[in-house]
Write a protein that binds this ligand. Structure first.
Ligand code: ADP
Length: 496
């Protein structure tokens, strides 16, 4: 992380999380191991005490008067050694808790109170307890009842637990002593691993840093591993492509707008200057001013179109949705554009039902029709035709604007509705548009919950097909048979 705070780097956080996780895991594991070890040792010592207790029962006799006797053959050395071993740590008490016999070592540990002894006798259960003597040695003591000559006695046997305790302590000490070292090594390893893991990200970041507004043609090279990072680079590159395209369009648009605006302004200025210097009569001046006004009108139209699109895309244009007759509207717009069509020698045909009702904003739908039909006329050669059809399909109303003009190459079709997009090298139209018309059309269609598609073959012509959802009864838009109006399938010719 060049120049950045290392504590906030992903690498550092990765390494720290890994180390913390590892430390918790190892500490927990240590405690579990220690617990398991103590349990094993404890049950082994308990087993040994059980065996000694069983052996005791074989040698021990208590008379009905309560005298304790150890029955064994003193001449048998082995037996004598066993009994001696058994009598190392032991204590016998009667059912009132009174001690009958005990070893020296047991006395050091300390006797159980009569109440404790009576409790063991009453419950009849064996218990194992730990005790410490004054020399800090730990003993495990097995306490249980013993029946002899119809009397109940308490027999406690002990075993030195200190060696076992030492094993457990030794294990804990060495494990928990080594733990910080292991964790430190793991942290170092984690730090290196995190660097390896973050290396590609750092590389990609430095590639990304090379991108600026003026060299958007750069792409971050794919690493070819097909992993998440490659996927991200792919997405990033396509985002940069889209950005580059937008930058390009905006640059193009600024050039176009300044050109479109500057030319008429220069012309008007020139006209007015010449008139000022050379006009001899009021009549001549009036003529020049009228000409200038026409140019200024075109200019303000252009500015209005730009403002409208900007407003529409910023969501500031509110639509006045009302039932409207699309067929009637097509007739009106058709009549308005008829002169333009005649001028270009294009046959404008309308194929319309008597009425075609839909919900829409009259001004916007009019604008849509104007744009689509005007484009048809603009991009069609003389003797060509533009045909506008309106017809219903289930729950939709279809508008088709078809021409047999120059057509559009397939690679341009997907961009047609993009803002400022113009098919490069379009031959037919003498006028230079701004490439805003179709993007506005697309916005109008979308805001009416409709759909638009363009089909085109170069040299054969283009068809724009718009469908609007209709909630009004289909009868209202169905052509009426035998009516004097135009019916579906009958071509209505206006003009040439
Ligand atoms: P313009 O103001 O350039 O006409 P539009 O957004 O209306 O802008 O259209 C975008 C581009 O689509 C046009 O520049 C033109 O090249 C192409 N185009 C639109 N309509 C047609 C058509 N009917 N036939 C051929 N090309 C068309």
């Amino acid at each position: 992380m060049p120049g950045g705070n290392i504590l906030r780097s992903l690498r550092f956080r990765l390494a720290v999380s890994y180390t913390i996780f590892f430390a918790i895991l190892l500490t927990g594991f240590g405690f579990v191991l220690r617990g398991m070890l103590s349990e094993v040792i404890e049950s082994t010592v308990e087993g040994l005490l059980d065996e000694e207790w069983a052996a005791c029962k074989g040698f021990l006799r208590i008379t009905s008067e309560g005298n304790v006797q150890w029955n064994y053959d003193p001449a048998d050395k082995e037996e004598a050694a066993i009994v001696e071993r058994l009598r190392l740590i032991y204590m016998i008490a009667d059912d009132r808790g009174e001690v009958r016999e005990s070893s020296e070592l047991y006395r050091e540990i300390g006797f159980q109170s009569p109440a404790e002894i009576v409790e063991v006798l009453n419950t009849g259960r064996t218990r194992y307890t730990y005790h410490k003597n004054q020399r800090n040695q730990v003993f495990m003591v097995r306490q249980s009842p013993l029946s002899e000559s119809n009397n109940r006695y308490f027999l406690a046997l002990g075993r030195n637990y200190t060696p076992s305790q030492r094993v457990i302590d030794q294990f804990s000490n060495s494990y928990f002593f080594a733990l910080p070292l292991i964790i430190l090594t793991a942290a170092g390893l984690g730090w290196l691993l995190a660097r390896r893991a973050m290396q590609p990200v750092t590389e990609v970041a430095s590639e990304v840093a090379k991108l600026t507004g003026s060299n958007l043609s750069l792409r971050v090279p794919l690493r070819g591993s097909g992993d998440e990072l490659d996927h991200m680079i792919g997405n990033f590159n396509s985002m940069v492509s889209r950005l580059e395209q937008s930058f390009q369009q905006i640059r193009q648009f600024s050039t176009d707008v300044s050109h479109e605006l500057r030319t008429p302004v220069t012309v008007v200025r020139g006209q007015l200057e010449v008139a000022l210097m050379t006009a001899k009569s009021e009549e001549e001046l009036r003529e020049v001013i009228e000409g200038a006004l026409v140019d200024i009108d075109r200019l303000s139209q252009l500015i209005r179109a730009l403002l409208n699109l900007a407003k529409a895309e910023a969501g500031q244009l509110t639509l006045q949705m009302k039932p409207l007759d699309l067929a009637a509207l097509v007739r009106e717009v058709g009549a308005e554009l008829e002169i333009a069509a005649q001028d270009r020698g294009v046959d404008l045909r309308l194929v319309l039902p008597r009425t075609a009702w839909m919900e829409g904003d009259r001004i916007q739908i009019e604008r849509l029709l104007y744009n689509l039909i005007d484009n048809g006329i603009k991009y069609t050669r003389a003797k060509g035709f533009v045909e506008v059809c309106v017809f219903p399909s289930p729950s939709r109303l279809v508008l088709e604007v078809r021409d047999n003009g120059e057509g559009i190459a397939p690679e341009h079709l997907p961009h047609l509705f993009d803002r400022f997009y113009r098919v490069p090298g379009s031959k037919t139209s003498g006028e230079k548009g701004l490439g805003l018309g179709l993007s506005f059309v697309a916005w109008i269609v979308k805001s009416h919950r409709g759909e638009i598609e363009a089909q085109s073959t170069v040299g054969e012509g283009t068809t724009f097909r718009v469908t609007f959802p209709v909630e009004v009864q289909p009868e209202r838009s169905r052509p009426e048979d035998g009516d004097q109006g135009e019916t579906a399938g009958r071509h209505s010719h206006i003009g040439s």
